[in-house]
Design a protein around this ligand. Structure first.
Ligand SMILES: Cc1ncc(COP(=O)(O)O)c(C=O)c1O
Length: 418
């Protein structure tokens, strides 16, 4: 593994938020799944934008020209991030949820009452409700694939059987924001395409942990959010060019009719777009450092970064899962078998016999461990597991977390106050 303690330290130094102290100790940020921290270069890119090139789109003067130049670069950068060389197929928006609602409305115009869509009970509600409401408007039927009781992974046999010649859309997440389970999205795309259905992938939770690859996965649409991969609050939508061009977008008349403007409603948060580009470049530079080569293309560098991030995070997850197994009263939802760690990202959700998730989150929060409680909008999952309304406690690890932080958290979980 090339992700040595020195590399982790090199990364951590770039994130000003990580120097926050609670009492006499550094805070441990295990809240990445709700939003990761940002490196200084993201903050710098956003302030530089606001200080020097703040302008609306399309002006014929220097700030607007520079601003538009940055936007072009950002479309290119995010296209490379998701695995395409077509910058026009990247649309920015407020967040993944808003972009998915917009797309769902446009897709639903093409659905008829006999049509069906297939969703899952593992997904975040942002990949459920937009489609349920769109299906309701179109009179289409919604089918759900359940999760398996033993390890809270998606029941793939059931999913496959739900897909039939009436299916128009399959919407599925790349990784669960609750259990961390990774779905075999390439297979799912193949099953859907075999019956002519469209696939929408929610890559929000996957993107900080693994390389997004719309070409290898062969999906039709994909959304992610830059605030989950070390950037600012901003949503990103990718779609196949022919689909984005042919669908009717809900937009104002003077807005562009071509890509990508057609899908970018209203004035964008240009400073956030500048920040998202800086987040991609942060990851790419990390890849170049790990590969020991400054000359790698951005995509090759991202591939390198994510390969090493994956190895490092799996080691951290393995340490966390092994430690949690030693703690009485803890029950984990998701894959725990050390031999199956490549089926999950380093996000672990659990319940405790003697404490509710909010009690745990508060007690740990006072000690400087930033963890999440509740259902984190994975509502169907929390309901399927019979865990509403309390939900679970979520510990999210990303590449700026350390083994020492994991060990301290495990100690704190051993020593909970009654
Ligand atoms: C898996 C997943 N999908 C979708 C979303 C919604 O993303 P956004 O906040 O950008 O709308 C989240 C946010 O937590 C998420 O974790």
């Amino acid at each position: 593994m090339r992700f040595t303690p020195d590399i982790v330290e090199h990364c951590r130094r770039q994130f000003p938020a990580l120097s926050r102290r609670i009492g006499d100790r550094l805070a441990a940020f295990f809240d990445g799944p709700a939003g990761t921290q940002v490196p200084q270069r993201v903050i710098d890119a956003m302030s530089h934008y606001l200080a020097h090139t703040n302008a609306n789109h399309g002006g014929r003067f220097s700030t607007a020209i520079e601003s538009d130049g940055m936007l072009d670069q950002a479309h290119r950068g995010l296209a490379e991030f998701v695995g395409t060389d077509d910058p026009g197929t990247i649309a920015f928006g407020q967040n993944m949820t808003s972009l998915t609602f917009a797309l769902s409305r446009a897709l639903a115009r093409t659905w008829r009452p006999a049509d069906e869509i297939v969703l899952t009970r593992l997904d975040h509600d942002a990949n459920v409700s937009p489609w349920v409401l769109a299906a309701r408007d179109a009179g289409a039927t919604v089918r759900f694939a359940n999760i398996k009781a033993e390890d809270a992974t998606l029941d793939l046999d059931e999913l496959r059987h739900q897909i039939n010649e009436r299916t128009r859309l399959v919407a599925v997440g790349c990784a669960s924001n609750a259990t961390g389970g990774i779905n075999p999205v390439r297979d799912i795309c193949d099953w859907a395409h075999a019956v002519g259905a469209t696939v929408f992938l929610d890559a929000v939770h996957y993107a900080p942990h693994g390389l997004v690859d719309v070409q290898a996965w062969d999906c039709d649409f994909l959304a992610c959010s830059s605030y989950k991969f070390f950037g600012p609050h901003l949503g990103v939508l990718w779609g196949r060019r022919d689909e984005l061009e042919s669908l009717e977008a809900y937009k104002v008349r003077p807005a562009p009719h071509d890509l990508p403007g057609k899908w970018m409603t209203g004035t964008q948060s240009h400073e956030s777009i500048a920040g998202a580009l800086a987040a991609v470049d942060y990851l790419a530079d990390l890849g170049r450092l790990l590969a020991g080569s400054d000359s790698l293309t951005r995509r090759a560098a991202l591939r390198e970064a994510y390969r090493e991030i994956g190895l490092y995070e799996r080691a951290l997850a393995s340490r966390l899962l092994a430690g949690l197994a030693e703690i009485p009263d803890v029950r984990i939802f998701g894959v725990t078998d050390p031999a199956r760690l490549d089926e999950r990202v380093a996000t672990v959700s659990l319940v405790h016999e003697r404490f509710t998730p909010i009690e745990l989150a508060e007690q740990l929060g006072e000690q400087g461990f930033f963890v999440w409680h509740g259902n984190y909008y994975a509502l169907n999952l929390s309901e399927s597991l019979g865990l509403e309304p309390e939900g679970m406690l979520r510990i999210g690890l990303v590449h700026y977390n350390t083994a020492a932080e994991v060990d301290r958290l495990l100690e704190a979980l051993h020593d909970l106050r009654p």
